[in-house]
Ligand binder design. Structure first.
Ligand code: PLP
Length: 387
């Protein structure tokens, strides 16, 4: 059977591959400390679950509007307009999608011609590269280094631009490094993209998870006219809703209408009762993001303190998101091999840095959106085996 070159050119998601492998081991009875998946351990807020069940019982089970239900679009636009000074209209500037990932795919399919280049600063979340390839584009990595804290400069982007460059992907805060892009740099990058007629795609899915002393700057606040930008966000991380599949994208009406064609002709609409569940619970769950953040903050502080005392490992201080990005090169510079060592010797599942690009080799990623007991156990096993 001849599969399409489109699919043959794409890899399985490295993080999901590990998660599936761990699930298989667990099914066979092996107990694994699984720190490899980017999913909050907290349950979805009870109000969302209740309201979703209510929506189901009220038969809100048909197709919704293909842009997503108006009430959810309105709620999100009002919130974003208040926070960022935009003038988003629910009818024109937003598309609700079944997860943020789908929005990335829609965006790439809408702007990329075969052979177009898309700049992706590394280390980069695994799916960016594969989605660009799926859309026929050529991912162009922009290296950053641990030595300068994986920080990104407008100059590095400028130097990577060619006549074929079509888009730049930013992920702020970053999965896997937990780094934020500061306001001045974001302004400079935005200016550069407009001047070069390059789309700036900003994945802000971790925007509510920012630690004390740091600030997230949305691309919407530096470019409220949406000139050459698209901003993606979703409910998976902020509201512990990874399995519900609900995200959204904000852009000019021209771009939203293009993406709408893809939505209408693929999945029609996001799941209707899920959208109603969120809308009807929204007022009751305003405390949830900050309660969850408090837990992540405590876990982060715990890890920083623990790693400060180790000689063979170095933790990059997370500014946002819920990942520990750890330099393991003293033990093994091959991050994939180290992850196998970790799995076999300690029963710990982590993600090898190489999955996030060459700049991330020698590192592993763990998720600290988990219980304190698990993190204590992780540190104990790590110290016993490698220190
Ligand atoms: N973007 C980044 C940076 C992520 O880490 C993830 C999930 O791991 C996603 C997007 C996907 O989010 P969703 O669950 O909304 O598809």
């Amino acid at each position: 059977m001849n599969l399409s070159s489109r699919v043959r050119g794409v890899e399985l998601s490295a993080t999901i591959k590990i998660a599936d492998h761990v699930a298989e081991l667990e099914r066979k009875g092996t107990k694994i400390l699984n720190l490899s998946t980017g999913a909050p351990h907290l349950p979805t807020p009870v109000a969302i679950r209740d309201q979703t069940i209510k929506a189901l019982m009220e038969n809100k089970t048909g197709y919704s509007h293909s842009r997503g239900i108006y009430e959810l679009r309105k709620l999100l636009c009002t919130d974003l307009n208040e926070r960022f000074g935009t003038h988003l209209e629910p009818e024109r500037h937003i598309l609700i999608t079944p997860g943020g990932k789908q929005a990335i795919l829609y965006f790439m399919l809408s702007v990329i011609e075969p052979g177009d280049e898309v700049l992706i600063p590394e280390p980069a979340w695994v799916s960016f590269v594969e989605i660009v390839k799926l859309a026929g584009g050529v991912p162009i990595p922009i290296s950053t280094s641990a030595a300068n804290g994986f920080s990104l400069s407008a100059l590095a982007i400028e130097q990577a631009i060619t006549p074929k460059t079509k888009a730049l992907i930013l992920n702020n805060p970053s999965n896997p490094t937990g780094k934020l892009i500061d306001k001045t740099t974001l302004h400079a990058i935005n200016k550069l993209c407009i001047a070069s007629k390059i789309f700036l795609f900003s994945d802000e899915i971790y925007d509510q998870i920012v630690f004390r002393g740091y600030r997230h700057t949305s691309v919407l606040s530096v470019n409220p006219d949406l000139n050459y930008i698209a901003m993606m966000n979703g409910f998976s991380k902020t509201y512990a809703m990874t399995g519900w599949r609900l995200g959204y994208i904000v852009a000019t009406p021209h771009l939203i209408d293009a993406m709408l064609k893809l939505q209408q002709n693929s999945i029609t609409c996001p799941t209707t009762f899920v959208q109603w569940g969120v809308v009807n619970a929204f007022k009751q769950i305003t405390h949830f993001p900050s309660d969850a953040l408090q837990l992540y903050q405590e876990n982060r502080d715990f890890l920083i303190k623990e790693f400060a005392g180790l000689k063979n490992f170095r933790l990059i201080e997370p500014e946002g998101a819920f990942y520990g990005f750890i330099d393991v090169s003293r033990i093994n510079p091959d991050s994939a091999k180290f992850c196998f060592q970790l799995l076999n010797a300690c029963g710990i599942a982590a993600t090898p840095g190489i999955a996030f690009g060459k700049s991330a080799e020698g590192f592993i990623r763990i998720s600290f959106a988990t219980s304190r007991e698990i993190l204590v156990e992780f540190m104990n096993r790590l110290k016993q085996t490698f220190e």
